[in-house]
Design a protein around this ligand. Structure first.
Ligand code: TTP
Ligand code: MG
Ligand code: MG
Length: 425
């Protein structure tokens, strides 16, 4: 069925001012390793295989040698790898040899034997993941976290978010992330999430792509159906069997035909997706309902006989909850306790304050008062402290760059520097 140009025009005008960005870090795991080993920049590097202590292996006998001074020739290469590991990611230099995510390392070694093989450092990945998201939140607060290296951002009402279709704001975010972390990313800006996700791949690495409604036919329709986020290998295989390769060909099909072959939900969704229609909102991180800590004892404890030990554990739980509150940027108005007795029965008590607090001593005092309201004859298996009625501190974002810096994020790498606050224009 040919596309009805009127219905397309209708959808386009409705969505015309919505600007949604999808940002995805470039070769993320590998790029994080290149910050540690800048001497490998531009070389084919793959991540996969073993555990972290590669640094120790490289430094054997040279304990004073800084990591960036390790000669390239000393790094492990793919050709020396034996095992069943797979690649999690590869630098763009390595991708030129045809290696990439999910490929077996032994197979990749045939394509690019000289590629350097490094393990992933998850702690470092998480640190940089938090850091780049904190930078985005400081500039554009409407952000949806989509995993370790990507987010959606609603540009619609952010200053600069409409200029040049979103390019100005995308460039600012890209530049600020690079200045603070030394990492590059790619951004797609489009009228909705579906198109933005595709667009972020168009000019990878370190690229920006702006997609408008007018680009649907020339830019989106020639692409393989698989490029639609949500059409996986199985659906794609079935589409191919039905003679449909491209998104444009998918858009030629009637909604009834698609529903006949893929069911009501998927068929109707495919019909819209092929036309670049997607009304999904950008979903912000929801505020936590409660922050709590609890511990199960190694042996049951008695309120009188084990008073000291129990008291110390109780204080520690309150301190941890206070730290969690601070780290996440909240204060609480309600403080409660949870006990589990040796017969596995549990009780809870709580108390609400006149004003919110984040102070460990106050939490300890109020939790202590709750403890006075429960039976303490039986031995205890578990003790917990829970805070609810949470209020964001200063109405602040849960994760800001300042918070990230205050909580242990120290960028390093040759190009990393702490820049001034971002300026828009
Ligand atoms: P991606 O964003 O898919 O890939 P990438 O960032 O490495 O490269 P690109 O520039 O094309 O975006 O995934 C992010 C990270 O997730 C990636 O660095 C490693 C990890 N990952 C895996 O562990 N296994 C996989 O199969 C894929 C695809 C990614
Ligand atoms: Mg990526
Ligand atoms: Mg990604």
């Amino acid at each position: 069925m040919p596309v009805n140009p009127d219905s397309l025009a209708h959808d386009i005008t409705q969505a015309s001012s919505r600007r949604i960005a999808h940002l995805d870090m470039d070769a993320f795991y590998a790029s994080v390793e290149l910050l540690r080993y800048p001497q490998l920049k531009g070389l084919p590097v793959v991540i996969g295989g073993g555990r972290r202590p590669v640094d120790e292996a490289l430094q054997a006998g040279h304990s004073e040698r800084p990591l960036h001074k390790i000669p390239v020739a000393e790094f492990p290469q793919l050709k020396d790898y034996t095992g069943r590991g797979v690649i999690t990611t590869a630098t763009y230099a390595a991708r030129q040899f045809g290696v990439g995510s999910a490929m077996g390392l032994m197979k990749a070694a045939k394509l690019c034997p000289q590629a350097i093989l490094l393990p992933v450092d998850f702690a470092e990945i998480r640190r940089y993941s938090k850091a780049f998201k904190a930078i985005i939140l400081d500039i554009a607060p409407q952000m949806e976290d989509r995993g370790v290296d990507e987010v959606y951002i609603d540009f619609t009402d952010v200053p600069g978010g409409q200029r040049n279709g979103g390019r100005v704001l995308a460039r600012l975010i890209q530049k600020t992330i690079f200045q603070h972390t030394g990492l590059t990313c790619s951004v797609g800006v489009a009228p909705n999430k579906l198109l933005a996700k595709m667009a972020s791949e168009f000019n990878k690495p370190n690229g920006i792509a702006i997609v408008t409604e007018a680009d649907l036919e020339p830019m989106i329709w020639p692409l393989a159906c698989r490029k639609i986020n949500g059409i996986g290998p199985k659906a794609d295989e079935k589409l191919q069997r039905l003679g449909i390769q491209t998104i444009g060909e998918l858009a030629q099909q009637s909604v009834d035909w698609l529903i006949d072959h893929f069911g009501q939900k998927t068929g109707a969704w495919m019909f819209e997706a092929a036309r670049g229609i997607d009304h999904r909102p950008v979903v912000l991180e929801s505020e936590p309902m409660s922050i709590s800590r609890e511990t199960t004892f190694e042996r049951d404890l008695h309120a009188v006989r084990d008073k000291l030990e129990l008291g110390a554990i109780f204080t520690r739980l309150c301190e941890q909850v206070a730290q969690d509150l601070q780290r996440k940027g909240y204060q609480c108005k309600t403080i409660g306790i949870k006990l589990r007795y040796d017969d596995f029965k549990s009780v809870t008590r709580d108390q609400t304050l006149a004003a919110p607090t984040g102070d460990a001593a106050t939490i300890r005092k109020v939790a202590g008062q709750c403890l006075k309201r429960v039976q303490l004859q039986r031995p205890l298996r578990l003790l917990g402290v829970r805070t609810t009625s949470l209020f964001p501190l200063d109405g602040a974002q849960t994760l800001t760059m300042k918070a990230a810096l205050a909580h242990g994020f120290k960028p390093h790498g040759a190009s990393a520097l702490i820049a001034n606050e971002p300026q828009l224009f």
